[in-house]
Design a binder for this molecule. Structure first.
Ligand SMILES: Cc1ncc(COP(=O)(O)O)c(C=O)c1O
Length: 481
């Protein structure tokens, strides 16, 4: 890492500095700035644009008719990413290892393999040029950016800065809210399949999870079982529920009538709702997100809603989520609760990341991303239907996850779900155990990669896994394939 004094480059308006990650880029930036000494920001912008080019394994820009880059295969190795170095993650047990001859295709943790929209690093770099990073209050721009985002994307009117509060991760927000709404050991209603983060954080914090299973309808669409929800609420004296919208891992984007019906049940039994809407920007094939708080005045008052740019723009490593709470009593209680640990403080650079993400370019970038993800999901689901007999997938309407039900396939081939998962991992398809998400014979698969990588993964699953796995396990060899 180099610290360049911009005065040295011929730009000494404020004699500021910039951090430059390596010698090659430093030289390039120095040359560019000397050519155009008056305009360091142009050079920095070009430098940002070039960051991706310096870390690519291969570039397929010719295929790319979009404004932003969703085709470059990034080399994230050594760049602080568990996604591409899965076997380094010590909190997860893998049933197998990838064999030599196969590279890793990261299709597990909810992380995307696309370069970020350039306005994010620009905003961060611009701020780092002023080299003091002391205590701070969130800028007006931060709140304005969130208010505008929700107005434009979700049609929300009347959102004010006071309704918005920083959360050090959505899961942190979930726990703070439950700490206010429940006593330890209280039962909380969740739908199953269930995002593993809920399971861990609720269990760790002493809450008892009661599952209401989603049920597939005649069109293979996961639906809430309202009767079951009500029964469980009454039987277990439940007064708090987690609502995941869109739903991870099934990818359901709930329709308005479904949210309304769920909220009526919650109202009837005085159940407060923690609505995790972290996936609400990632909608596929034209599906629309309805915010839980928007379905009625009662829903607005009984719901703690949680959002973040982290899923949408792949900023999980920067941390930075936020709540929207309209109910003054609830908000005051939750602010107090989350202040107790002294851990719930915003990071300066993650604030700038959010401001950079919610710029006009970010809106465009997400629109293109949704097209890319829709294309990937459609490709994968069509491929499964055509080639993987015995694998059932309910087409996701949002997120970038597939939740593969492999029950039939496992039965037919006399294999366990763990053996199946291991077989994919051996050929570099790093997909995730779905059992941990309460899918008894399921695998979760992340499709936020360039389409060329998705195609490669499905090709490998076809050649080495789903259509050959009656053969002994030693068969998985790239040379033979
Ligand atoms: C539904 C859901 N909520 C929360 C999270 C994690 O959010 P955070 O990292 O902000 O705690 C994820 C991550 O995948 C998620 O899928």
């Amino acid at each position: 890492m180099y610290l360049i004094h911009l005065g040295y480059l011929g730009y000494d308006q404020d004699a500021q500095t910039a951090f430059i990650p390596n010698e090659e880029i430093r030289q390039e930036l120095t040359a560019a700035t000397r050519r155009n000494p008056k305009n360091i920001s142009v050079s920095l912008r070009n430098y940002n644009k070039n960051i991706a080019d310096k870390t690519v394994l291969s570039s397929r820009k010719d295929e790319n008719t979009m404004k932003y880059d969703f085709t470059t295969i990034l080399d994230r190795k050594g760049k602080d990413s568990i996604a591409v170095e899965p076997f380094e993650a010590d909190w997860i047990k893998w049933p197998g290892k990838t064999k030599e001859g196969f590279d890793i295709i990261p299709m597990w943790v909810a992380d995307m393999n696309f370069p970020a929209v350039h306005t994010i690093p620009e905003a961060i770099i611009e701020r780092t040029k002023h080299t003091t990073y002391g205590y701070f209050s969130p800028r007006e721009e931060y709140f304005d950016a969130i208010i505008k985002w929700h107005k434009t994307r979700n049609g929300i009117e009347g959102l004010e800065p006071k309704h918005i509060g920083y959360e050090n991760g959505v899961l942190g927000g979930v726990v703070s809210a439950l700490n206010v709404l429940c006593s330890k050991g209280d039962s909380v209603l969740l739908h199953s399949p269930t995002y593993i983060g809920f399971t861990k954080s609720l269990t760790n914090n002493g809450y008892h999870i009661v599952h209401s299973p989603l049920v597939k309808d005649e069109n293979n669409v996961y639906r809430m079982d309202f009767e079951d929800m009500e029964k469980k609420i009454v039987e277990n004296h439940i007064h708090a529920a987690i609502f995941c919208s869109p739903h991870n891992p099934t990818g359901r984007v709930w329709e308005r009538w479904e949210i309304e019906k769920a909220m009526e049940i919650y109202k009837k039994h005085d159940v407060y709702v923690v609505s995790d809407e972290i996936w609400s920007d990632l909608l596929l094939n034209g599906h629309k997100h309805i915010t839980t708080q928007s379905v009625s005045e009662d829903a607005k008052q009984r719901t703690v809603a949680l959002y973040a740019p982290s899923k949408t723009f792949n900023l999980a490593g920067l941390i930075g989520s936020y709540h929207i709470i309209y109910n003054d009593w609830l908000r005051d209680r939750i602010l107090k609760e989350s202040s107790l640990s002294h851990y719930n403080s915003m990071n300066l650079l993650s604030m700038y990341a959010l401001i950079g993400a919610y710029k006009p370019e970010g809106y465009e970038w997400v629109d293109e991303l949704k097209e890319v993800l829709s294309g990937n999901v459609n490709y994968a689901c069509d491929y499964i239907e055509k080639h993987f007999d015995g694998v059932n997938v309910s087409r996701p309407e949002g997120t970038y996850m597939l939740f593969l039900d492999c029950t039939e396939w496992c039965k037919k081939h006399g294999r366990t779900i763990t053996e199946l998962q291991a077989a994919g991992i051996e050929v570099g398809v790093i997909w995730q155990d779905g059992v941990a998400f309460h899918g008894p014979c399921h695998i979760r698969m992340n499709l936020a990669l360039p389409l060329s990588r998705v195609k490669e993964a499905f090709d490998r699953l076809d050649k080495y896994v789903f259509n050959v796995l009656s053969a002994p396990r030693g068969h998985f060899n790239p040379q033979e394939g």
